[in-house]
Design a protein around this ligand. Structure first.
Ligand code: DX5
Ligand code: ZN
Length: 224
């Protein structure tokens, strides 16, 4: 079976020790660092911006996967590209011109991701498949860590997997299929079987009971 990518979400990390946390997940074998940006407008919560992204950049060599839960999107894209983001994802509802925003992210040298809320249909995806490097399916409503996985995401994952496979079979570029919200060691196998290849996990990594002993065991459990 295909190897999966694990993207621990810093949302559940110790924000007073972010540099150490990032080094620790890299040492434990994380593939990406998931960086959640919330603006108290698109979502009812407030986190961190490009300054903090830039501050953690020197602490790791793995790609920083920026998940923008902000509206509007465009003005922040160059700031995160400059701050060292490798991937920048945004929600289509938060951009007036989705195609333009995707193009802008790629022009700045980043991979472009499009994020779908649980109730957002995948319909517009077919129109921008050529411009997308990652499809992010939210399996909780965005805004908070530690929520419960919404089971309806599984059908949507299968739908996205079918679209992506057809696109690649027709000669299109590869597209990662990421799931974000409520992923844990118990449900990751089912989520993977539905077609996801990239997994965000916040609470399951940083909130695990044995987290203070490091993240090796936790990530190994998620990969099993
Ligand atoms: C939620 C964020 C997620 C969050 C996931 O809005 O986009 O990345 O950190 O956290 P868990 O894994 O705890 O659901
Ligand atoms: Zn996220």
């Amino acid at each position: 079976s295909q190897a999966i990518r694990l993207a621990p979400s810093l949302l559940s990390a110790d924000f007073a020790r972010l540099g150490e946390e990032v080094r620790a997940i890299e040492a434990a074998g994380a593939d990406l660092v998931h960086f959640d940006v919330m603006d108290n407008h698109y979502v009812p919560n407030l986190t961190v911006g490009p300054l903090v992204c830039e501050a953690i950049r020197p602490h790791t060599t793995i790609p920083i996967d920026v998940h923008l839960m902000v509206e509007p999107v465009d003005a922040l894209v160059p700031l995160f590209a400059k701050a060292g983001a490798a991937i920048i994802s945004f929600h289509p509802e938060a951009s007036r011109h989705v195609d333009r925003t995707l193009g802008m992210i790629r022009e700045l040298g980043c991979k472009a991701g499009l994020a779908f809320n649980p109730a957002t249909p995948l319909a517009l995806l077919e129109h921008v498949l050529d411009k997308v490097d990652l499809v992010l399916l939210m399996s909780v409503n965005p805004g908070f860590g530690g929520q419960k996985f919404i089971p309806g995401t599984l059908a949507k994952l299968r739908q996205a997997r079918t679209l992506i496979d057809a696109h690649v079979a027709a000669g299109g570029q590869p597209i990662w299929l990421q799931v974000d919200g409520g992923v844990n060691a118990q449900n990751i196998g089912t989520i993977r079987a539905a077609g996801a290849d990239t997994f965000v996990a916040g609470n399951a990594v940083f909130g695990a009971p044995d987290a203070d002993r490091g993240y090796h065991t936790i990530l190994r459990r998620l990969r099993a």
